[in-house]
Each structure stands twice: as structure tokens, then as C-alpha cells.
Write a protein that binds this ligand. Structure first.
Ligand code: FER
Length: 288
């Protein structure tokens, strides 16, 4: 009899592990390779006045194939990590190529993707000691720059919807921590939130989601992912466990890999396809 219990326990334990890792297949080979024969979106650099930093700041922007000023689009704000800047997702993450390929397969809702510089300080280059306290602090200061300077600029200057259900915030590592902190801390601004391999700047879960019922009600999608070989897994794991305990629907996606763009490209590939559409709730984790 005892053996049967052990067997049943093992089956459950393994099926849970397997579930966490198989919600999504890995992005198919070639998903990040440029295809000359398909339509391409447009990549640009924009400048906006920042009252937060007291200067003019830059962001990159991707508008989709078929973009028209006569339409209105939802917006994904996509944030980089501690070693990155507003070009990181394009240069190291081939974000525009991944998105072009998804549009060619009709897998994406038309959206504008804004890639800001998340280090809100006068010199926002990723040079010198990128872990220096003032530079790390600038990733927190970016909350004000994003909410008070960049989002209003985008909404005044681009043909975009301006309600919370048409704004998504996601990022990798430091940008994952920012996305969880700022997104979950400003549910009146964002309904779609994603943290990829979120870093130690991620607030402790009870601070991140002090009111689980409100989060449950307001979030369209909460995405937490991490590579299974990433030393920062603890920050995603503890967030997932708290969310599961408080029954806040979310996706917890553990994928093969470490702390690098192979993982983050795969995250963008999957996360972007879920945005601004009715979400398949069977993908959500409700338990630990
Ligand atoms: C740390 C380890 C990693 C940390 C930040 C990171 C601020 C960020 C990594 C990344 O953005 O890739 O201790 O402290």
C-alpha cells in the first residue's frame, strides 16, 4: 500500500515539474532569423523630454508591418537588463526580427513596441561599473520617467490607445524586476505584465502584490519566466509561489537555459503572442 502512495506522489511531483516546463514549446528554429521575403516593421529612435531626469532621453520604437497613422494601436513597453540600453532588445535580442516573423505568420495583434532606456539618470550609458549604486538606483527612478514622461509622450505623438488594457509592460532581468514592480504597482496603468528572469530589484512578493484580489481583478496577463539554469531563479520562484498561494492567475514558465538572450528571445516570442487578445486561461498556474 505504501508503495502505491509513493508512486502516486512521484507521478504528481513529476507531472508538476513537467507542466512548468512544457506550457510552451521552445520557439522554432529560425524564429529570430531575418527573412528578406516578408514584410518588415519599422525601427526608429525617438527623443522625449524627461522632467524626471531633467534632460532629453531616447527610446527605440518598432511599428508593425502595415502601420498606419489612421489606426490606433496598443503599446508594449519592453525593458532591458543591467548591461543594456534602448538598443539591447534590437541588437542582442533581434526583437524586430522576431516580431516581423510572427506578423508574417499572423500570430501577433498589431502593436507598437517601445524600448526605453531604463537607467533614468543623466549619463544612462551601460559603461563603467554597471552595478554602481547610483546606476542601480536609476533603474528604480525610471518608474517616474516611464509614467510621467515617456508614456504621455508616446500617447501624444503616436496613434495609440491610452487605456490600461492597451498597455503592456515587460522586461528582462533588471527590466523584469522593473516590470513587476512598476506594472503591479500601477495596475491603473498596465493590464499586461511580464517579468523575464527578474533580478534582485524585484520587490518581495507581499510588497509587489499587497492586494491579491485587486490584482486578480485587474490583470489580463501576468507572466513570470526564468531559465532553469539561472542563478536568479529564486526571485521568479518566490513570486510564483506567493501568487499561487493567493490564487492570482499567472503564467509561470520555466524554460531550459541560463541568464541570457537565448532565454529572453524565447520569452518575447511567446509573451508577445498572448498580448492584447483573449487569454487562454488553461495556460495559467493556480498551484505551486
Ligand atoms: C544582482 C545580480 C544581477 C543585481 C542585478 C542583476 C542589482 C541584474 C542582472 C541583469 O539585469 O542582467 O545582484 O543587483
Amino acid at each position: 500500500m505504501k508503495r502505491i502512495y509513493v508512486l502516486i506522489t512521484c507521478v504528481f511531483a513529476f507531472s508538476n515539474i513537467a507542466f512548468a516546463q512544457t506550457i510552451f514549446q521552445q520557439a522554432p528554429v529560425g524564429f529570430d532569423v531575418e527573412k528578406p521575403e516578408i514584410a518588415h516593421g519599422t525601427v526608429d529612435t525617438l527623443s522625449y523630454p524627461s522632467a524626471t531626469v531633467g534632460n532629453t532621453r531616447q527610446a527605440t520604437i518598432y511599428t508593425p508591418p502595415g502601420y498606419s497613422e489612421d489606426e490606433k494601436y496598443p503599446v508594449l513597453y519592453l525593458l532591458h537588463g543591467i548591461g543594456g540600453d534602448e538598443y539591447a532588445w534590437l541588437k542582442n535580442g533581434q526583437a524586430n526580427v522576431i516580431l516581423d516573423n510572427l506578423y508574417a505568420q499572423n500570430k501577433l495583434q498589431p502593436m507598437i513596441v517601445v524600448m526605453p532606456n531604463g537607467r533614468a539618470m543623466e549619463n544612462d550609458r551601460a559603461t563603467g561599473d554597471i552595478f554602481a549604486p547610483d546606476k542601480v538606483q536609476a533603474f528604480a527612478t525610471f518608474e517616474q520617467d516611464l509614467l510621467n514622461d515617456l508614456v504621455p509622450f508616446i500617447e501624444e505623438n503616436y496613434p495609440v490607445h491610452t487605456d490600461r488594457e492597451n498597455r503592456a509592460l515587460a522586461g528582462l532581468s533588471m527590466g523584469g524586476g522593473q516590470s513587476l514592480n512598476f506594472g503591479l504597482g500601477n495596475l491603473d496603468h498596465f493590464a499586461w505584465v511580464g517579468g523575464f528572469s527578474s533580478a534582485p530589484n524585484t520587490k518581495p512578493p507581499a510588497e509587489l502584490v499587497p492586494d491579491p484580489d485587486q490584482a486578480k481583478e485587474q490583470l489580463k496577463l501576468l507572466w513570470i519566466s526564468c531559465g532553469d539554469e539561472d542563478n536568479l531563479m529564486n526571485f521568479s520562484q518566490r513570486t510564483h509561489e506567493y501568487l499561487a498561494e493567493h490564487e492570482v492567475p499567472h503564467i509561470f514558465y520555466v524554460e531550459p537555459g541560463g541568464h541570457d538572450f537565448e532565454v529572453w528571445k524565447n520569452d518575447l516570442y511567446h509573451f508577445s503572442q498572448l498580448l492584447f487578445k483573449p487569454v487562454d486561461h488553461s495556460l495559467f498556474n493556480h498551484s505551486k
